[in-house]
Design a protein around this ligand. Structure first.
Ligand code: DX5
Ligand code: ZN
Length: 215
């Protein structure tokens, strides 16, 4: 059964407490928070004060996905506002090994995210050091985009790499995930499924989360 991580990016920000409480009631184990800086991606989302407020309301594992340049500058700050898992982009951190160690030193799980064009084999020399590999299944920056089919192949490659290196790494898929593709993603080896618009645009968001959680 996959871990479901509803993405707050698609929530109603004027009713954030209501939406966080819905996630608390659901079978989601994680809550996914997207931080965008308008530089690494062409969009700006939210930052520390909003994450802190969510942390105070949420019962779930706080899964923070940084779409920002030089993420190493803010590791301590994200720990302070409640991040449990902190994921940085491969494309945004020049000294990735050092960044990963710094995240772990703060007592958080460390994740690396790959853009759709970044091959899985580039993880060869870092896979043993990370806790999570986030494979972007859309170009980062916006919710509600179409799932990129090539992701299926990347999940198989990631599972093979993790197995070959005897690593303990969760595979997370982010972008265009819905009840329509969740079963296939899980069968191929995905452990964590992020879902934004599929959850929050549904008439009964909690049911969509629970449907995916019991695959
Ligand atoms: C996109 C974000 C995603 C986004 C997913 O850059 O990383 O987490 O919220 O949204 P959906 O599920 O709508 O594709
Ligand atoms: Zn994300």
């Amino acid at each position: 059964m996959p871990i479901i991580a509803p993405s707050v990016l698609a929530a109603d920000f004027a009713n954030l407490q209501r939406d966080i409480e819905m996630i608390n009631r659901s079978d989601a184990q994680w809550i996914h928070l997207d931080v965008m800086d308008g530089v690494f991606v062409p969009n700006i989302s939210y930052g520390m004060p909003v994450i802190k407020a969510i942390d105070e309301l949420s019962d779930k594992v706080m899964d923070v996905h940084l779409m920002i340049v030089q993420p190493e500058r803010y590791i301590k700050d994200f720990k302070e506002v409640g991040a449990d898992v902190l994921t940085v982009h491969y494309e945004a951190s020049t000294h990735l090994h050092r960044t990963i160690q710094a995240i772990k030193d703060e007592g958080m799980k460390a994740g690396v995210a790959l853009n759709p064009h970044t091959p899985v084999h580039l993880m060869e020399d870092i896979i043993k050091d990370i806790d999570l590999l986030l494979i972007m299944s859309v170009n980062p920056g916006f919710g509600g985009q179409k799932f990129i089919q090539h992701t299926y192949e990347k999940i198989v490659q990631a599972a093979e790499l993790i197995d070959r290196k005897n690593a303990e790494v969760l595979i997370e898929i982010d972008g265009g995930v819905s009840p329509g593709n969740a079963a296939q993603l899980t069968q191929l080896g995905a452990d964590v499924l992020v879902a934004g618009s599929a959850v929050f645009s549904a008439p009964h968001p909690e049911e969509v989360i629970n449907e995916m959680a019991y695959l």
